[in-house]
Design a protein around this ligand. Structure first.
Ligand code: ADP
Ligand code: MG
Length: 602
């Protein structure tokens, strides 16, 4: 007996919407149909525990049939009676899952994937026609066949089917024949179904078929039951990264929301690619998407990992996720766990923390800039190398937290010197070391932004100055400026864009050094970062009045004075930056003249 019926809820309007807008990716249909099969098995197992159905060896079988042009998914789950097919399949948006959950809540409806009652219809994105053969596992009911082209009518009637369960046969549309390829389906099953909780077989042939998925992925286990080796293997298999991860965090909580997963810190060194990582999001072991930034804060995108979150309403659109408080809490929790792990490593295994730091630094700094709550948690474990190459917490380089009273008195923030390039700033570094001063080595691409951020966060505590920004107090003697030397240098260098200042440095060997204003240099760097025109250099030549040659210039003859000043200027400039071709020419000329004078005398 067969009869005809109309699909309710004005499906003529719904279908195009479902087809075009519900799922951004067409291939998702396979996930939906296989997830329904998994749900059906979960439901049957629940009924078994309640003594309402017979147990079975559960599996899902996916078959491609080129000749027939069909792709089928078969399960031995609950199956459906005719009434159930009418109710759950025919009434779009009437979610059987929601209904089931409500009914069996007391028995615990955990692990059900479907929520929205629309997943099944996604198969019409690729099919001209779909048949369902199903038989309920409850009692002695007859098997049912349902068929529809997804437009507005369907056919329902009796079917031949011995065992309980459901088979969905998708007659693929002409332009969707790629889904008849076993290779293509294998690829999609790997993407969407790797961790689905029941064995999935693709075109099984006989005895030694292997499931295409891992029904019990490591992350669903208790952390105490997992070995390091298992974590590493899971990492290799899931991310096809043959580099060992640095370490990992196993998330496992039930309250106030359910969250399981493993986050791995990969080795990245100083790479700029912050979004190299892949955090795969699952919902009850069903793949949802990669790198959903509402759940995984952007700065954590560097990590590799899997997160399984049954509480996130995943079938709905992203914009909805953005405003979901639950999602925000989950994201907050993940950030906290990551911070805790870093702090634990810092406290318990400092040397390992230091070895990993190069890989972690960029991500930690980026995370601080992006997320104040993360900064507040990890600020004490941010480390930098000093001039001796030892790591020290950044905060140990500068002043204590200031009290409000002190702040009101207008205490100046402490000046902390830093080196951005040990080679280029070698001369300044040497002077610092000789004077027993220390500085922070800030030599990664994110450091200029990061130190500005630290200043902004600690305006009363610290102000960073590059080691060539001025002459640190401890490098010089107090005293009057030698105006004769100053005037001499100013007059010879008047054509050049440099101001002159005299200091009596403790190190008498250096005749002069170049300083560049921290503020102007930062502005200029920022401009070039945003690809704007560079700013003119703001250079100061600091002439060392403790240097014998400098003092001797005062009494020398005019020609020698001019030559000497220029020579000293170029030497100092070279210690600061490479000369321009023009400057180089002038310097060669000055050096040549000086040499000639010297040889003449001999
Ligand atoms: P959802 O899974 O969100 O409930 P679907 O459109 O995917 O929505 O499925 C609708 C309903 O159809 C399911 O809730 C379930 O009751 C029923 N159903 C779909 N596929 C199967 C299946 N393989 N076995 C048993 N019931 C199924
Ligand atoms: Mg579903």
């Amino acid at each position: 007996m067969e009869r005809q019926g109309n699909i309710r809820i004005s499906s003529e309007n719904m279908m195009p919407i479902i087809k075009k807008w519900l799922y951004s990716e067409k291939t998702i249909f396979l996930r939906e149909i296989v997830a329904n099969a998994a749900d059906a098995i979960t439901k049957r197992k629940k009924l078994v525990t309640m003594g309402e159905a017979e147990d079975a060896e559960y599996k899902i079988v996916v078959t491609t049939d080129e000749a027939a042009g069909t792709l089928s998914v078969e399960d031995n789950g609950v199956g459906m009676t005719e009434e159930e097919v009418e109710k759950y399949i025919t009434q779009i948006a009437f979610s059987g899952a929601a209904d089931f959950l409500e009914k069996y809540e007391k028995a615990g409806g955990d692990g059900i994937i479907g929520h929205f009652g629309l997943g099944f219809y996604s198969a019409y994105m690729v099919s001209d026609d779909i048949e369902i053969f199903t038989k309920s596992c409850m009692g002695d009911t007859k098997a049912v066949r349902w068929e529809s082209d997804g437009e507005s009518t369907y056919t329902i009637g009796d079917a031949e089917k011995e065992t309980a369960g459901t088979k969905v046969v998708m007659h693929l549309a002409e332009e969707e024949k790629e889904f008849l390829s076993e290779g293509r389906i294998r690829e999609l099953l790997a993407k969407y179904c790797s961790f689905m909780p029941y064995d999935i077989y693709l075109n099984p042939k006989g005895e030694d078929d292997k499931p295409v998925n891992t029904p019990a992925p490591l992350y669903i286990k208790q952390p105490k039951d997992c070995t390091d080796e298992e974590y590493r293997t899971f990492y290799r298999e899931t991310f096809a990264d043959y580099q060992e991860p640095l370490f990992w965090i196993h998330l496992n909580m039930d309250y106030p929301f359910r969250l399981k997963g493993i986050l791995y810190f990969p080795k990245v060194k100083k790479q700029v690619e912050l979004e190299r990582g892949q955090v795969k999001l699952y919902c009850n072991q069903v793949y949802v998407a990669d790198n959903i930034k509402e759940v995984i804060p952007e700065f954590l995108m560097l990590l590799n990992g899997v997160i399984d979150c049954p509480d996130i309403p995943l079938n709905v659109s992203r914009s909805f996720l953005q405003n979901d408080r639950q999602v925000q809490k989950i994201a907050g929790h993940i950030v906290k766990k990551v911070a805790d792990k870093l702090i634990e490593l810092f406290k318990n295994d400092r040397s390992r923390f230091e070895t990993c730091w190069e890989d972690l630094a960029t991500f930690v700094k980026f995370g601080c800039i992006k997320d104040d709550s993360f900064y507040q948690k990890v600020k004490e474990i941010i480390i930098y190398k000093n001039l001796s190459g030892e790591y020290r917490p950044l905060e140990s380089f500068f002043g204590e937290e200031v009290s409000n009273e002190e702040a009101e008195k207008g205490t100046e923030p402490q000046a902390v010197y830093y080196v951005s390039d040990l080679d280029k700033q070698a001369q300044y570094v040497k002077m610092f070391k000789d004077a027993g001063l220390d500085a922070v080595v800030c030599d990664t691409y994110i450091d200029p932004h990061f130190i500005s951020y630290i200043e902004y966060k600690n305006p009363k505590r610290v102000r960073f100055l590059r080691i060539d920004a001025d002459v640190a107090g401890a490098l010089k003697e107090e005293g009057e400026e030698d105006s004769a030397v100053k005037e001499l240098f100013e007059s010879v260098l008047k054509e050049r864009k440099v101001s002159v200042k005299c200091e009596k440095l403790k190190d008498p060997t250096v005749p002069a050094i170049v300083n560049v204003s921290e503020f102007m240099r930062r502005m200029s760097e920022m401009n070039s970062f945003y690809r704007m025109d560079g700013m003119p250099e703001d250079l100061t030549l600091v002439v060392n009045t403790a240097n014998a040659n400098v003092l001797a210039l005062k009494d020398a003859e005019d020609a020698a004075r001019k030559m000497g000043v220029e020579y000293i200027y170029f030497l100092a400039l070279m210690s600061y930056r490479p000369l321009t071709p023009e400057e180089h020419g002038e310097f060669s000329a000055a050096a040549g003249e000086l040499l000639a004078k010297y040889l003449e005398k001999k």
